[in-house]
Ligand binder design. Structure first.
Ligand code: ATP
Ligand code: MG
Length: 476
């Protein structure tokens, strides 16, 4: 791999120029380092630049901010001796070079000032430990003490020091190793991977939020299954997310086997990732069969069944989101809804399907109907390509039918044409069960196609329905 000249990098990232001036002015030896350098080589660098200096990183950040503008703010993390500047969509991260020593039960190290080499050797992977000097006396020199460039060429994730030391010091790095392998589509060096397997239980000292941040980056990658296979093979998945690792395995009874729901789920996750970058839709793929282990039964006649796994799965979603510190807002509800409905479009492929079945699904899925169909299509996995193609073609028909009904009846964001308040006023009723019954009666009539989704038809229907219940409209 050719080493780009620092001058060429500067022309793409003008903030480097400012930091070079700040380093010169303050006399603090400064290097550009870490993820930024790696990503420049991989041509995927965006607005996130890491600097390390031999001295006071906060002072360097302040000097830099002053050069940008008198008002430029520096965010200071005194405890860690780091500082952050945000400018024109670019994040500049400053840290003083340091040496660290860790105690056994915490990932918060004792920190003391160190040399550039000390600092590079405490970094997580060789490909993250490369730097360029920004100083006048050796300007532009590429420093790569752990041969990160070679590993970049070999597409290899490897720790700079003995992996047991690196991972035991900060077990989050095990998640980062698998996350980088998945994002960059790299291998993990065998001795590094073995060490993750050995140290997997150490992940327990890491906060859930940080683990989940890495997990989400794996799920957001092009081929998330790769990350999950690495997590599973190392035993980390069993530690951090046993509900997913429990999907693994095949049981055979009476010569009948069910499919391995772990590999099926990963296939669905990969399938959906080809179609969408929506993280939560990807989450719904990951969780769609999560209750299969809990609902598995063997019936001598029917074979393996997983009755109700969609409902039970939906009920498991809040607990999983809470444990993983995922958001408990409408994003959770969205995932829950898709898990609950994921089987519903399947019977709609039948020729004799009624409009009312289609209307009911449109009503329940609302605006998420397209996402539900995307999930359903991703869920079609079989080794038989022809079978998959036939299923997918049948699905085109379902989509066509749904489109027709939607155009006609506008059920997607169904609002009852007559509100409960209106019903109460009309018949002088207090808020009670009868009002609910009348409202539901109207809704069902619309879904069944007995009346159209409009006020006039609903009004006439309501009068008749109320009459049957012995109610009369009040005079006023
Ligand atoms: P990305 O920005 O895509 O997450 P990155 O490599 O830039 O990847 P950051 O978390 O931004 O990761 O960290 C910047 C650099 O700091 C890394 O490249 C690495 O050198 C170092 N680093 C970050 N976290 C750790 C860690 N837990 N242990 C050791 N070094 C770390
Ligand atoms: Mg970064």
């Amino acid at each position: 791999m050719k080493i780009p000249k620092l001058e060429n990098i500067i022309s793409d990232f003008p903030h480097l120029e400012v930091v070079i001036k700040a380093a010169e002015k303050s006399g603090i030896p400064t290097y550009v380092v870490g993820g930024f350098v790696r990503d420049v080589f991989l041509k995927r660098a965006k607005g996130d630049i890491d600097f390390v200096c031999v001295g006071d990183g906060i002072a360097l950040a302040k000097e830099t901010a002053a050069l940008i503008s008198a008002k430029k703010k520096v965010q200071i993390f005194k405890k860690y001796g780091t500082a952050h500047i945000s400018d024109k969509g670019v994040d500049l991260e400053f840290v003083g070079a340091r040496k660290e020593s860790y105690s056994k039960d915490s990932r918060n190290p004792d920190v003391e000032p160190g040399t550039l080499d000390d600092d590079l050797s405490r970094r997580d992977f060789t490909i993250n430990a490369m730097s360029y000097s920004l100083n006048q006396d050796d300007f532009g020199t590429f420093l790569d003490p752990f041969e990160g460039l070679k590993d970049l060429g070999k597409k290899l994730i490897k720790t700079p020091l003995d992996p047991d030391t690196t991972f035991s010091d900060d077990p989050l790095r095990m998640m980062r190793a698998i996350r980088f392998a998945t994002q960059l589509e790299f291998d993990i060096a065998p001795e590094t991977f073995d060490s993750i397997t050995r140290n997997r239980e150490r992940i327990r000292i890491i906060s859930r939020e940080r683990i989940t941040t890495e997990l989400n980056k794996i799920i957001a990658s092009r081929l998330p299954s790769y990350g999950f296979k690495l997590l599973f093979a190392s035993g980390l998945l069993q530690e951090i997310f046993p509900e997913v690792s429990d999907l693994h395995g095949v049981e055979i009874r009476n010569k009948q086997a069910h499919k391995d729901n772990f590999y099926h789920t990963l296939k669905v996750l990969d399938n959906i990732s080809e179609k969408t970058d929506n993280l939560w839709l990807r989450w719904s793929a990951l969780l769609h069969d999560i209750a299969k282990p809990a609902t598995k039964r063997f019936d001598p006649k029917a074979g393996w069944t997983f009755h109700g796994h969609e409902d039970k799965g939906a009920r498991m979603v809040p607990g999983i989101f809470r444990k993983l510190k995922l958001p408990l807002d409408e994003r959770m509800k969205y995932v829950q809804k898709l898990v609950r409905l994921h089987l519903r479009p399947i019977p709609l492929v039948r020729e004799d399907i009624t409009d009312s079945a289609l209307r009911r699904l449109l009503f329940e899925a609302g605006n998420d109907i397209e996402d539900l169909l995307t999930l359903c299509r991703a869920d079609i996995t079989s080794k038989n390509e022809k079978k998959v193609k036939t299923y997918l073609r049948n699905f085109d028909k379902v989509e066509e039918k749904l489109r027709e009904i939607e155009e006609k009846d506008k059920l997607r964001n169904f609002q009852p044409p007559i509100s409960g308040n209106e019903i109460m006023e009309m018949f002088s009723l207090p808020p009670n069960k009868i009002v609910g019954d009348l409202k539901n009666g109207i809704r069902n009539a619309i879904l069944e196609g007995e009346i159209g989704n409009n006020y006039d038809e609903a009004f006439r229907f309501l009068i008749k329905l109320a009459e049957k219940k012995g109610l009369e409209p009040s005079k006023n």
